[in-house]
Design a protein around this ligand. Structure first.
Ligand SMILES: Nc1ncnc2c1ncn2[C@@H]1O[C@H](COP(=O)(O)OP(=O)(O)OP(=O)(O)O)[C@@H](O)[C@H]1O
Ligand SMILES: [Mg+2]
Length: 260
């Protein structure tokens, strides 16, 4: 059973068709990029998974729970299983970094006596131990994004959703944030990242779901088996980085074709 499953999901806003007939599955531990031009529906998909939007038709399952059958009051509990990272960080301006991370625990039933240990752990993970008493206005963009990743992780969600997390960062900082996401993924966390940052997509060989005008136009498929599977690993042996990259982009545009 996949961790996340979208079945023929359609969402409209009046006359606007935001996403149409979207279906894909994500297994535990996968790292998935959702890409496509502006307006193609990336954020809409993130918001549908968050249950910020309700689909017009289709189903969304997270950990086997059917979102369509959730009662309104059950939504906050479901959201606790999701960590979210935004492009503009969404830090509370008059709270310190420590408090901004801690606030994510206030809506959970994690006992208060565990908070300190949890916050310490995630702040260390993102390398901000020396910044805990600073306010958001005193932090650099990359630090703010590390902080929001710490906040997303502190309640130990089963999945992290990130909507253009590198959109406000320079290339080098974006890369360091990406490496942090990769590290978190290697430790087992499932990640879905909406981005149109092509450089990052090319560099980090993760699964890519490409959208255009609200539809899935390609899906490079799960990389999870490939990562651990001997067969795929052997195939990649002896190739230069450039060849591997070409193969990836080949797969992206002609996902149905057999690999050459
Ligand atoms: N709340 C809303 N009300 C009306 N239309 C909306 C709403 N949210 C999204 N849309 C429309 O749905 C379509 C998809 O928007 P979405 O924000 O998902 O695109 P995106 O791929 O995230 O774009 P970007 O790369 O610019 O962030 C757009 O045409 C947009 O105008
Ligand atoms: Mg968007």
């Amino acid at each position: 059973m996949p961790m996340l499953k979208l079945n023929n999901v359609t969402k409209t806003f009046g006359e606007i068709l935001a996403v149409e007939d979207i279906s894909f599955e994500v297994s535990e531990g996968e790292f998935v990029f959702i890409t496509g031009p502006s307006g193609s529906g990336k954020s809409t998909i993130i918001k549908l998974i968050l249950r910020q939007f309700t689909p017009d038709s289709g189903e969304i399952f997270l950990n086997e729970t059917d979102f369509g059958k959730l009662k309104y009051k059950e939504i906050p509990k479901m959201r606790q299983k999701i960590g979210i990272v935004f492009q503009d960080f969404k830090m509370i301006p008059d709270r310190t970094l420590w408090e901004n991370v801690e606030v994510a625990l206030a809506v959970t039933n994690v006992p208060r006596k565990e908070w300190k240990e949890r916050v310490t752990h995630v702040i260390k993970l993102v390398g901000l131990e020396k910044r805990t008493s600073l306010f958001p206005s005193q932090l650099a963009g990359g630090e703010l994004q590390r902080g929001s990743l710490a906040r997303a992780l502190v309640a130990n969600p089963s999945i992290i959703l990130a909507d253009e997390p590198t959109g406000n960062l320079d290339w080098k900082t974006a890369e360091s944030i990406m490496e942090l996401f990769e590290q978190i993924n290697k430790e087992g966390k499932t990640i879905i990242m909406a981005t149109h940052h092509l450089g990052l997509i090319e560099k980090h060989k993760n699964r890519v779901i490409e959208l255009n005008e609200g539809k899935v136009v390609s899906d490079s498929g799960s990389k999870k088996e490939e990562k651990g599977g001997k067969k795929e690993e052997n195939k990649e042996e002896g190739k230069t980085e450039e060849q591997k990259e070409l193969n990836i982009s080949d797969k992206k545009s002609k996902s149905d074709e057999v690999e050459k």
